[in-house]
Design a protein around this ligand. Structure first.
Ligand SMILES: C[S@@+](CC[C@H](N)C(=O)[O-])C[C@H]1O[C@@H](n2cnc3c(N)ncnc32)[C@H](O)[C@@H]1O
Length: 233
């Protein structure tokens, strides 16, 4: 099963908490394929169950991501900035980004069911149903001022090599913000010993500069989260 801490497994036994933890354990289990992940989320999105099970007092990531994003831009910049919300899901991050004044946001997510929920709320300018990987998307380089990944990292989710595509898509001076559960960097097969060295290599090779790498408490209930902020060179 997935990378749940002992504390989380204890909660998993509590009836009121168990369903959401079971869902996460299932969609982040080792060996799950990208298509299975996308299909799983489409089912979870139906009836807005995903959002009902992850309100802000349970799952803080969208609020944290938007706060970080807001710090890097003036009010005027926020109103014109082009934002790419990768692993956008049902748009919970865009709701928060909009509260901070970001207006031009595109979404990418491989789960059509999740994107359909976002569409109902009219949150994005573009809805792209695809995976981010190392393969270039059909989007010009240097298109975005800000790229966010909120809760999109983990077993079977956004792969390490997608960092190259993030760097390609964001303009020099623009930012990449990744918010994730802290333990993913150690337990996710693809990330173990690779994700942070790759982040460092990109910095050594003059592609981006690390602005922040900070552990945040209560990312999801009492699990720590991690915020990375990079500025593109
Ligand atoms: C936990 S949800 C987070 C959704 C949203 N950002 C939020 O905070 O509610 C993870 C999302 O990552 C998406 N995802 C998984 N693999 C992906 C990939 N390679 N590229 C982009 N999105 C991916 C899933 O479809 C799912 O919608």
């Amino acid at each position: 099963m997935a990378d749940l801490s002992k504390k989380e497994w204890e909660k998993y036994e509590e009836p009121q908490e168990s369903h959401v933890y079971k869902q996460i354990a299932t969609v982040m289990q080792k060996g799950i394929s990208p298509d299975e992940v996308a299909e799983f989320y489409s089912k979870w999105a139906s009836g807005l169950e995903y959002e009902k099970e992850l309100p802000p007092d349970v799952y803080n990531a969208p609020i944290i991501t938007a706060l970080e994003a807001a710090e890097g831009f003036t009010d005027e910049q926020k109103s014109t900035a082009k934002v790419f919300d990768v692993a956008a899901g049902t748009g919970m991050c865009a709701v928060q980004l909009r509260k901070h004044g970001f207006k031009h946001i595109d979404a990418l997510d491989p789960s059509q069911g999740m994107l359909d929920k976002a569409k109902e709320k009219n949150l994005y300018e573009r809805y792209i149903c695809d995976f981010i990987t190392e393969k270039p998307l059909d989007i010009e380089e240097n298109t975005y001022d800000l790229l966010t990944i909120c809760g999109g990292m983990g077993e079977g989710h956004v792969p390490c090599n997608a960092l190259y595509e993030m760097v390609r898509l964001v303009k020099p001076g623009g930012r990449v913000i990744i918010v994730t559960k802290e333990s993913h960097r150690y337990v996710t097969e693809d990330y173990k010993g690779r994700l942070e060295p790759l982040m460092d290599d990109l910095e050594k090779n003059g592609k981006w500069t690390k602005v922040k790498c900070e552990i945040i408490p209560e990312y999801m209930k009492d699990s720590d989260g991690l915020v990375w902020v990079f500025q593109i060179c």
